[in-house]
Write a protein that binds this ligand. Structure first.
Ligand code: PLP
Length: 401
């Protein structure tokens, strides 16, 4: 008899995970993977933060039972998320205008937000940046939306095509959902200035759009508060909006899946009704979120010594990435590279659209064992004091010929 799976087609491989598989299979000892999307320390290792280790030790000793969390997650965690995003003294929090739900990473926050939006505005279309995080399109399409792209990256200037972006926002039908990277744009590393964000808020207001901010790298750009600047402008605007946020990077807790969805409403009564509906979305997807990661993050954020330690460790990650940006540019210059790479130091977060062509990326991999994404995206957090010279040597060679 015919198998029910006989007609199932093999899905295309995830391009980034595919690169990692090829990297793992490479037997060269000097290989370097710049294609990753995680922060490595100067030893090329994924760190376990000391603040996390401390909080885990305390939790292990307390040996808590593992009951279910409420559908919306751990209350102390959700409160800590709100304070980090909106500021401890935010009038929105005092007014009960923010509904926060613990989610399975930033991806989970996007997904429950998308599912709720689909129920709320079934005919709206979604707009993501061109380019964007590779999962944005598929995630919103998976929630049933038509997904379009607005201009964002300008390859000529290695910056933002802001005129194009603003024109696109101003041409969107009322009610459209605009997905915006709150800071440290993935994959390009180029962010809007505060002045530009003000114009984006104005466009969202005048066109009647729904802003959905994706905050996956708070603290990886200029600082915890600085990186929240765009979000704070939306908070001050009086508009309703959505925020997904993640501690995968800022706590190096990738696999624990700690993120959140926050929805800003116009008043406390709306918040109550929104919470009741989003809880239905969560209940029918995965019922309730996991305990461990949220308990650790909540403990770190609400214990003054651990909070201080975390802020220092986060600053250390941010500063190390910044140094890798500066050094890479200097080292390319020192190797006689004519092409101007100074834009790498003005980009923010873990990534850079380096301007390397896909042919140059191929050569880096084939001749030097250096892996990058075909778009030229490199992860600066994969560079370290041992591999940066060979990487600079190789880039200097492929851009010279
Ligand atoms: N959004 C953006 C822009 C990202 O870059 C990422 C992770 O790479 C995510 C969301 C997903 O984060 P998480 O791993 O917490 O689900």
């Amino acid at each position: 008899s015919q198998s029910m799976f006989a007609a199932v087609q093999l899905a295309p491989r995830d391009p980034i995970l595919g690169l990692t598989e090829a990297f793992n299979a490479d037997t060269r000892t000097n290989k370097v993977n710049l294609g990753v999307g995680v922060y490595y320390d100067d030893n090329g290792k994924l760190p376990l933060l000391a603040a996390v280790r401390e909080a885990e030790k305390t939790r292990l000793e307390a040996a808590p039972a593992r009951g279910y969390l409420p559908i919306e997650g751990f209350g102390a965690y959700n409160q800590a998320v709100q304070q980090l995003l909106f500021g401890k003294d935010s009038p929105l929090l005092a007014a009960g205008r923010v509904a926060t739900f613990e989610a399975l990473g930033g991806t989970g926050g996007l997904k429950i937000g998308a599912d709720f939006l689909k129920r709320l505005a079934p005919n709206a279309e979604v707009w993501i940046s061109d380019p964007s995080w590779e999962n944005h399109r598929a995630l919103f399409e998976g929630a049933g939306f038509k997904v379009n792209a607005y201009p964002y990256y300008d390859s000529a200037s290695h910056g933002v095509n802001f005129a194009g972006m603003l024109a696109a926002l101003n041409a969107m039908p009322s009610g459209s959902i605009a997905v915006l990277h709150a800071c440290c744009h993935n994959p390009t590393g180029v962010d809007l200035s505060v002045e530009q964000w003000k114009q984006v808020v104005q466009a969202v207001r005048s066109r009647g759009l729904v802003a959905f901010l994706d905050m996956a790298y708070q603290g990886f750009g200029d600082g915890i508060e600085e990186d929240a600047a765009a979000l704070r402008l939306f908070a001050d605007s009086g508009l309703p909006f959505f925020v997904s946020s993640s501690f995968s990077k800022s706590f190096s807790l990738y696999g624990e899946r700690v993120g959140a969805l926050s929805i800003v409403t116009l008043d406390r009564d709306e918040t109550t009704r929104v919470i009741s509906q989003v809880k239905r979305v969560i209940r029918t997807n995965y019922s309730n979120p996991p305990t461990h990661g949220a308990a650790i993050v909540a403990a770190v954020l609400s214990t003054p010594e651990l909070r201080k330690l975390w802020e220092q460790e986060l600053a250390g990650m941010r500063e190390r990435i910044r140094q890798m940006r500066v050094q890479l540019v200097e080292k390319l210059k020192a190797r006689g590279v004519k092409q101007d790479f100074s834009f790498v130091t003005t980009q923010r977060g873990m990534f850079s659209y380096s301007g390397l062509t896909s042919a140059q990326v191929d050569r880096l991999r084939e001749e030097f064992g250096i892996y990058a994404i075909a778009t030229g995206r490199i992860c600066l957090a994969a560079l370290n004091s041992r591999n940066i010279d060979p990487v600079a040597d190789a880039i200097a060679k492929v851009v010279a010929e």
